[in-house]
Design a protein around this ligand. Structure first.
Ligand SMILES: NC(=O)c1ccc[n+]([C@@H]2O[C@H](COP(=O)([O-])OP(=O)(O)OC[C@H]3O[C@@H](n4cnc5c(N)ncnc54)[C@H](O)[C@@H]3O)[C@@H](O)[C@H]2O)c1
Length: 355
């Protein structure tokens, strides 16, 4: 089998630290070629190309798509900066791996999703938690039980490493930027989400370290298509202490299941431990490359069209919070008809007066 020629749009934090290391290992084995690096910052693209041995450098993805014959493309840019790379890839029949959150604009996500689905190209959204061995075990265990209730608590501490993740209008808030991983994981365990209602607690003007303008607390309730209800709570109140927490629980009839990347616990007893060094990013990369090379996408767990429900669930939470917890049906939200008006953009959830 020939090596898959890969292109990259965006050579920032996640591409360099999470995607390129396992892909560089696959390049050494001859499974992939790091063909083209594209970043609007030419120095970044050129520097990363030297480090990882990429063959070509671009600052415009359209030129990259014109000049290169690619077998797959990674699109890893901040969520407000997506334009047409996904559409061009779909038109050219090139498999795409897109980082989460796919965009902050549901209407744009629907357009990309339709193009990818119609083209029939393999696709993946960066929900790598689905590739933990513990996630697979948990999904299977939940399927053998009768789930009723799910709980996620994410209490973040520490600051932001990039400017755009400190601004609501650029990242959609911590629930969209970070908690989307756990919302997607609940979908892996429980299926699609039907409805959302959310309450956020906002900082007062001038409160909190500049330039952060994100809500302090996100309290979000979901109803899944199968009737399970979930409460997903996230806060960024603990900025200056080292006291974070991440809990993911599924409560079933006579079974309390607790998930972490390392362990699954049932009714207080560890029932599954992760086998050694379990690198979900590396597995995600291998599955994407395998799908490209074999043409068989059946092992991909998070295709772009399938991932739309996870994106709608977090952007729908923003829209609900901006309307005092209004109940939003995700099917209507995705169609742009929830409550008879357009609430598809994440900035519909912003509260500029509060900052
Ligand atoms: N899966 C995860 O756990 C995880 C972790 C971190 C980030 N992410 C996601 O990955 C995406 C990128 O985040 P990051 O941390 O790498 O951001 P970053 O700011 O570190 O890097 C983004 C890069 O994209 C470049 N860029 C912006 N617009 C571009 C364009 N149109 N064409 C080419 N290059 C462009 C920027 O110059 C920058 O180098 C975000 O959606 C983020 O949420 C996912």
């Amino acid at each position: 089998m020939t090596a898959a020629r890969l292109g990259f749009v965006g050579l920032g934090h996640i591409t360099v630290n999470a995607h390129l290391p396992p892909l560089a290992a696959l390049a050494e084995k001859g499974d992939v070629t790091l063909q083209a690096f594209c970043d609007v910052d030419g120095e970044t693209a050129a520097g990363r190309a030297r480090t990882f041995g990429a063959n070509a450098v671009y600052t415009d993805h359209r030129e990259m798509f014109d000049k290169e014959d690619l077998d797959g493309v990674y699109i890893c840019i901040p969520p407000t900066l997506h334009t047409d790379a996904e559409l061009i890839a779909a038109e050219k029949g090139i498999p795409v791996m897109v980082e989460k959150p796919q965009t902050l604009d549901v209407a744009q996500a629907v357009r990309f999703s339709e193009a990818i689905r119609k083209a029939g190209v393999p696709s993946q959204v960066g929900f790598m938690s689905r590739y933990y061995a513990t996630a697979e075990f948990m999904r299977d265990r939940v399927s053998e039980r009768t789930p009723r209730h799910a709980l996620v608590q994410l209490l973040y501490s520490g600051g932001h490493i990039r400017y755009w993740t400190s601004r609501f209008e650029l990242c959609g808030g911590s629930f969209v930027e970070n908690t989307i991983h756990m919302v997607d994981l609940l979908r892996f365990f429980l299926g699609d989400i039907a409805e959302v209602s959310a309450f956020y607690h906002y900082r007062k003007p001038g409160e909190g370290p500049h330039p952060i303008n994100l809500p302090h607390v996100y309290d979000v309730n979901y109803r899944f298509e199968n009737g399970v209800v979930a409460s997903v709570t996230t806060s960024r109140v603990l900025t200056n202490v080292n006291a974070s927490r991440r809990e993911v629980l599924v409560v079933c009839d006579d079974s309390l299941l607790e998930w972490s990347a390392e362990t699954v616990i049932e009714n207080g007893e560890a029932v599954f431990e992760s086998p050694g060094a379990d690198n979900a990013f590396a597995r995600q990369a291998r599955e994407f490359v395998n799908a490209i090379r074999s043409g068989d996408a059946s092992e991909l767990r998070n295709g772009y069209p399938q991932a739309l429900n996870s994106l709608a669930a977090v952007l729908g939470a923003n829209a609900s919070a901006s309307e005092g917890g209004a109940l939003i049906r995700l099917e209507e939200f995705v169609r742009g008809t929830a409550g008879g008006r357009d609430r598809t953009r994440a900035d519909a959830g912003a509260k500029p007066d509060a900052f």
